[in-house]
Structure formats: structure tokens, C-alpha cells
Design a protein around this ligand. Structure first.
Ligand code: GLU
Ligand code: MG
Length: 464
């Protein structure tokens, strides 16, 4: 009985939400609404609905060939059983994600769930994977709050070349002045869609920017990262500029990370369960177990969080990108950095940052993988190795071995090999998602192995 009531009230809410979308679309004079998803290879794709029929499409979705979750970032189709030319799924909007796109005329956007024709979650959908992991965390009275912290590079296209917009330095006001007009529009465009801007600065690399938005519950944080990528690229393009989220857009410049901050709260989001006033670095034992789980699975997990061939050019020692399976307080060379909490607000601000993360990942898949690994640490009560308080690259091999601070995989190929051996992650992903994800990545690995370096850079620079 209780379930029936919940179900019907949820569907009433969704109905109300859909009516709100129609009203907003009409008031804004929209002509198209984009139904957007992120595919297995981290590419944001979608189809648009016109205004006539939007009402029905908001409810029943738009059809998509089953093949698309086997598509790569090069638009090659990987060979996966049941993901060929025959068969369809539906892209069904989550009406809570509707926004009006400030970067495209008369256009709205809505993020979708992939559903089978009979309305069930599609097993190869990354967003469904994240929803499952959020539900599993809830069984532990845990709600993850998360923030993707993206770096990206502003470029101009000169002929076939992408060229950074400036050669300004790290945190320089010169860099901020050069980018100011486009950054101003980006901030306005993000905030008009409900994302709250936290910090902005010119980063180290030429043309490189970092602009962070406020944390949110896990699913919304991943949704926001999709909208964020769309918005930054869209606004830049309006001004004739290209925003590159490639992990390493140019060989001689700093890489673009997308560090992932997270903390584990009680299910009702009132208590930060990662905080313990008496714990080392104010970390609770739950937080330590969660981190231990991430470190345990990291050699495979990076296949989800550093998800492109190009990712592994970024993941090098002494680039502040993290190259070792290590953690430490404010250690920017370790994979996990415990961010120092704010004085007087320790209980709310204790959080952990995964540095081995970039924007070529599908944010739903990467965050779901992080939660699966963290929960494994909690369930098995894993022990965190000692904190590393120096750059792990400066330790000798033996010292690193003693604390398990292994070098992370140096290629997507190796990361995928590790993923294929990580039963916990494979099981969490489920057979359909794991198989298609791995097939897509392996096709990329092959395609780039057979091409030169210039092809790799050219193909990654404006895909994410
Ligand atoms: N650009 C560095 C990376 O690739 C991060 C620099 C920093 O913000 O610490 O992750
Ligand atoms: Mg940075």
C-alpha cells in the first residue's frame, strides 16, 4: 500500500514537472528541446524535439538505436552482441533536469534516462548505474555529495589547428583579463541554469581556465557536469572560441584535470559522516574505509575516471595530476587528496578529492565506479595505508612498494586490462554496461595505436 502511494505521488510530481516544462518552454518561445545523454565513450549526444509533440515525448521519450552505446568517440561502432542495426531504446527525459540553454537560440535541454521499450532502465545506461550505486550507498545510510572541478583550455581555430588564446601564467590577472568577456557570459549562463559558481581563475597552461561549481548530491553533480560542459563549450563557440576539455590538449602544456570532490553524508544529508573531530586529518573511520576501497580498485577504476587514450598523457608524475596510488593531506601528487577543512566549519567541509579524474569520463559512470569502490572498502572494512606527505615520485621504489603506492596505469589499454580483472567493478556495472564499455574503449585503443600522435591530439581536443 505504502509503495502504491509513493509510486502514484511520484508520477503526479513528474506530471506536474512536465507541465512546468511546457509552460516555461512556451514563455521562453522555445523551438526545440534537446534530449541529451552521455555515451559510453564520454561524448554528449542527443536528439531534439520540436514543440508540437513535446508533451508526449517528455513522457515516452525519443527512440534511439541500440547501437549507440557501442559507438566510440571516433564514431566507430564496436562489435557488441545485441548492439547492431536492429533494435531500439528510448531516451526518456528526467523532467527535473530541464533548463533553457543560454548558448543556443530558442533551445531547451533535458537530460535523459535510457529505457527499454517496456519502460525499464536500460542495462547499458551509465546514469542508471549511478542511480543504482546511490541506492546502494543509501543502504549504508550514506549519501554522497560531490563536485566535479573542471579545468579546460580556451582556444582559437586557425586553419586545422587549435591554438591557445593566450600564453598567460598561473592565477595571473592577465590571464583572467584576457578571458574576462567569455568567462562573464559563462558564469551568467551557468547560474541561469541553477549551477552556483564557486571559484574562477586562469590556470597554469596557456589558455587554461578553472571554474568550479557547488557540490550537489551525486546524481545531480553528474547532471551538472554534463550541463556545465555543454554550457562552457556553447558560450565559447558563440564567441568563436573553442573550449577544450581534453585531458592533454597540447603535449607541452598542463593537462586538464576534472578532480572529483566528495563527502559521505547521512542519508538525510544532515551529518557529514566523513568527519570525526578526533580522527587523523579529521577523517572518520568510515571515510578511511571508503578511501581504502577507492585505492584498492584504483588501477581498474581509472578506466572509468580517466577514460580516454589521451587521459594517460596527463596522468604523469610531477604534473600535479596524480600518478601514484597514494593519498595524503593536501597532497596534490597523490590520487586522493584530503582537502584541508575550513576553520570553524570542519564538520561540513571535510571532503576528499580524487585527482585521477578528467572530463573525458562519462561522469555518471566515473562517479558510480567511485561509489562502488568506496562501498567495497566500507563493507570489507579495508585499512587505509599510511598518509604520504611528500611527492610520492620522490620516494624510492621500495618505500612506495611498502605502502602500495604503485604507479597508476600508463595507458588506457592497461587500465582496461585491470578493469577486466576487477570483479567488484564489473559486477557493479552489470554485464551489459561492462561489456559495451570495454568494447568501446578497446576499439579506441586499437584505433589510436594504429595512428600517429597528431591524430590523437586532433581527435581528442574538441570531443568532450
Ligand atoms: N592541471 C592539473 C591536473 O591535471 C591540476 C593542477 C591543480 O589544480 O592542482 O590535474
Ligand atoms: Mg587546478
Amino acid at each position: 500500500m505504502a509503495t502504491a502511494v509513493t509510486d502514484s505521488s511520484t508520477s503526479v510530481d513528474l506530471d506536474v514537472k512536465r507541465q512546468e516544462i511546457l509552460a516555461k518552454a512556451e514563455a521562453a518561445g522555445l523551438r526545440l528541446v534537446r534530449f541529451l545523454y552521455c555515451d559510453n565513450d564520454g561524448i554528449i549526444r542527443g536528439k531534439s524535439s520540436g514543440m508540437s509533440g513535446l508533451n508526449d515525448r517528455l513522457e515516452s521519450g525519443i527512440g534511439l538505436t541500440l547501437a549507440m552505446q557501442a559507438f566510440t568517440m571516433l564514431d566507430h561502432l564496436a562489435t557488441v552482441d545485441g548492439m547492431g542495426p536492429v533494435g531500439e531504446i528510448r531516451l526518456v527525459p528526467d523532467p527535473t533536469t530541464f533548463t533553457i540553454a543560454p548558448y543556443a537560440p530558442h533551445t531547451g535541454t533535458v537530460l535523459v534516462d535510457m529505457q527499454t521499450l517496456d519502460g525499464k532502465p536500460y542495462a547499458a545506461d551509465g546514469r542508471a548505474f549511478l542511480k543504482r550505486m546511490v541506492a546502494r550507498a543509501a543502504e549504508h545510510d550514506l549519501a554522497l555529495l560531490a563536485a566535479f572541478e573542471p579545468e579546460w583550455s580556451l582556444a582559437r581555430k586557425e586553419g586545422e589547428q587549435f591554438v591557445p588564446i593566450d600564453d598567460s601564467g598561473c592565477f595571473t590577472s592577465t590571464g583572467m583579463n584576457i578571458a574576462a568577456p567569455v568567462i562573464d557570459e559563462i558564469v551568467a549562463a551557468l547560474e541561469s541554469q541553477g549551477m552556483v559558481v564557486e571559484q574562477y581563475y586562469a590556470e597554469l597552461g596557456w589558455g587554461q581556465q578553472e571554474l568550479s561549481i557547488r557540490f550537489a548530491p551525486a546524481l545531480q553533480a553528474a547532471d551538472h557536469h554534463i550541463l556545465y560542459r555543454e554550457t562552457v563549450r556553447g558560450v565559447a563557440l558563440d564567441r568563436g572560441l573553442y573550449a577544450s576539455f581534453a585531458p592533454k590538449p597540447w603535449v607541452d602544456q598542463a593537462g586538464n584535470g576534472c578532480h572529483l570532490h566528495f563527502s559521505g553524508w547521512s542519508r538525510d544529508q544532515t551529518v557529514n559522516r566523513f568527519y570525526d573531530a578526533s580522527g587523523e586529518y579529521k577523517l572518520s573511520s568510515l571515510a578511511r574505509q571508503f578511501m581504502a576501497g577507492i585505492l584498492e580498485h584504483l588501477p581498474a577504476l581509472v578506466a572509468l575516471t580517466c577514460a580516454s587514450v589521451n587521459s594517460y598523457r596527463r596522468l604523469q608524475p610531477q604534473m600535479w595530476a596524480s600518478a601514484y596510488r597514494a593519498w595524503g593531506p593536501d597532497n596534490r601528487e597523490g590520487a586522493l587528496r584530503v582537502a584541508s577543512p575550513f576553520k570553524g566549519h570542519e564538520a561540513e567541509s571535510v571532503n576528499v578529492e580524487l585527482k585521477s579524474s578528467d572530463s573525458s569520463a562519462n561522469p555518471y559512470v566515473s562517479l558510480a565506479g567511485v561509489i562502488a569502490a568506496g562501498l567495497d572498502g566500507v563493507e570489507r572494512k579495508l585499512t587505509l595505508p599510511p598518509a604520504v606527505t611528500v611527492d610520492p615520485h620522490t620516494l624510492d621504489e621500495g618505500e612506495r612498494a611498502k605502502i602500495g603506492a604503485d604507479r597508476l596505469p600508463t595507458s588506457l589499454k592497461d587500465a582496461i586490462q585491470n578493469l577486466k580483472r576487477d570483479d567488484l567493478l564489473l559486477k557493479a556495472m552489470g554485464e551489459r554496461l561492462a561489456t559495451s564499455y570495454i568494447a568501446v574503449k578497446e576499439l579506441d585503443v586499437d584505433a589510436f595505436a594504429n595512428a600517429d600522435e597528431a591524430f590523437e591530439f586532433r581527435q581528442h581536443i574538441y570531443k568532450y
